[in-house]
Design a binder for this molecule. Structure first.
Ligand SMILES: Nc1ncnc2c1ncn2[C@@H]1O[C@H](COP(=O)(O)OP(=O)(O)OP(=O)(O)O)[C@@H](O)[C@H]1O
Length: 301
């Protein structure tokens, strides 16, 4: 498979009096058609990493290459879906208008714009909603519009920053399956940030596990669950349970990086204390289910 994205020794320090290094030398490569999930503790630099890849933030050091070419400026064949669909859609534009909007700036002719918008809305299950306004739709439907808008651009690379974090559990499962379906149909390369370990294993061909800020890659876990996934049987499978445990353990046992703002010493040699007993901590990615025997979260939760 040809390489779609290469991230080499990417570093980013937010300047200022209290300069903060969010990313501390991250390197990885994504091949065309791959769905790569990124998990890491809250505030470790996941969004910063996506913003650097999208050229919304200029990295302090390192390089991003898309299809072998260094990325300078926001690439046309890249689309981003953010968590906050409420703020990312234009409330004064119809659903179709929102999906067509980025195609206008890409100078796609009007008739083609309309056809692509309607086709994509059908693919995400929103036929019939094209003339509605975002505020007339549920949260899950609004996020479908945001996904449709990104897919209508037919991006070579789709970046998703916690895209399902603001919807209820049932809608989340539906959107996860929608993503897997359109990905299979369109063969899109996807880089998806999530704080949910189960979601990363369910969706990913591979999971990159990041350390605390400044983020580095702790592990690159291949997910050999095959293309066909099912919200219940996949999550119950032995391999799924093993992988989610492996990722959770990697995060729990990771040495704490020392950023500019940190005053604590390294915890590298410490025994896991009461706060690292496997119970959820506010800054740790969530592991659904109460023990390592399997995910107990079903689609009706
Ligand atoms: N514009 C900014 N200026 C200064 N510091 C920033 C800025 N944006 C983010 N940071 C800091 O950089 C670090 C990484 O932030 P980032 O949002 O990338 O993390 P994250 O892993 O996406 O967090 P979360 O999981 O909570 O969404 C945090 O400590 C944050 O406070």
């Amino acid at each position: 498979m040809p390489s779609m994205l290469e991230v080499s020794e990417l570093t980013h320090t937010y300047p200022g009096q209290q300069a903060h290094t969010a990313i501390g030398g991250v390197s990885f490569e994504v091949t065309a058609g791959q769905l790569t999930c990124i998990v890491g503790p809250s505030g470790c630099g996941k969004s910063t990493l996506l913003r650097c890849i999208a050229s919304l933030v200029t990295p302090t050091a390192g390089q991003v290459r898309l299809r072998g070419q260094p990325v300078r400026g926001v690439p046309e064949d890249l689309a981003v879906v953010f968590q906050d669909y409420g703020r990312s859609l234009f409330p004064w534009m119809s659903v179709r208008g929102n999906v067509e909007f980025p195609l206008r700036s890409r100078k796609v002719p009007r008739a083609q714009r309309r056809r692509r918008a309607l086709d994509t809305l059908e693919r995400v299950g929103l036929s019939g909603a094209e003339d509605k306004y975002p505020w007339q739709l549920s949260g899950g439907m609004q996020q479908r519009v945001a996904i449709a808008r990104a897919l209508a651009c037919e991006p070579a690379l789709l970046l998703m920053d916690e895209p399902f974090a603001s919807v209820d559990a049932q809608t989340r499962f539906e959107l996860e399956d929608l993503l897997l379906r359109v990905r299979a149909e369109q063969d899109t390369t996807i880089l998806l940030v999530t704080h949910d370990i189960d979601e990363s294993v369910y969706l990913g061909d591979r999971v990159l596990v990041l350390s605390k800020s400044p983020a580095t890659v702790l592990a690159d876990v291949e997910v050999e669950l095959g293309q066909q996934r099912d919200q219940i049987s996949t999550r119950e499978s032995e391999l799924f349970v093993r992988l989610r445990g492996e990722i959770a353990r990697t995060l729990r046992n990771a040495p704490q990086n020392r950023g500019e703002g940190d005053h604590e010493g390294s915890r590298e040699d410490e025994e896991p204390g009461p706060d690292s007993s496997g119970e959820d901590r506010a800054d740790e990615p969530a592991l659904a289910g109460s023990d390592s025997a399997g995910s107990e979260r079903g689609p009706t939760e």
